[in-house]
Design a protein around this ligand. Structure first.
Ligand code: ROI
Length: 165
């Protein structure tokens, strides 16, 4: 079994419910155990600003699936939750499931880039990831804690009414 971190994001059609439903779907994947779920975080859209705020979260699963098989499953979950792939890459979406880390593996093919190429700069990935894996070291050898320390919060808020500190 390999530890896999998945980033979740939604900014359409009751985003909090989309994330909760996706957590439930991840828990039902074959040959997979859902180990940890971060809190939900409200984040400002990265990219085009004329779209609603996002809700983001990160899950840790343990899986015996291959990266390709897991990708097929996560795309099916996205599609089942009404994801419509549009020409504009950075538009709003009901659900985005990003494979952030697949153990310490590096994967680079036409379907999949792991570690996720943008994760080190994205507060809405790093902070929820840090919540569930504070001691994590990335495949490049960098400590997650150091990345979090230097990543601006950019208005990110834990959705418990309390401000993220
Ligand atoms: N912005 C935020 N805040 N959260 C996301 O999950 C997210 N996902 C995206 C783009 C459009 C890049 N912006 C985002 O795909």
């Amino acid at each position: 079994m390999i530890d896999v971190y998945i980033g979740l994001g939604s900014n359409l059609t009751l985003p909090e419910k989309q994330i909760q439903a996706a957590y439930a779907s991840l828990a039902r994947l074959p040959d997979t155990v859902l180990i940890k779920c971060s809190s939900l975080y409200k984040s400002q859209p990265m990219g085009p600003q004329d779209q609603p705020d996002y809700v983001n979260a990160v899950a840790l699963i343990e899986t015996a699936l291959s990266p390709e098989s897991l990708l097929q499953h996560t795309q099916l979950i996205e599609n089942q939750q009404g994801r419509i792939r549009k020409a504009s890459r950075w538009g709003p979406r009901t659900l985005d499931l990003d494979m952030l880390l697949f153990g310490l593996q590096r994967i680079d093919n036409e379907h999949l880039t792991v570690p996720h190429s943008g994760m080190k700069q994205r507060e809405f990935v790093l902070y929820p990831l840090f919540e569930i894996a504070p001691d994590l070291i990335l495949p490049c050898g960098e400590k997650l804690a150091n990345l979090v320390m230097t990543c601006p919060i950019n208005g990110l808020q834990k959705m418990t009414n309390s401000v993220l500190i």
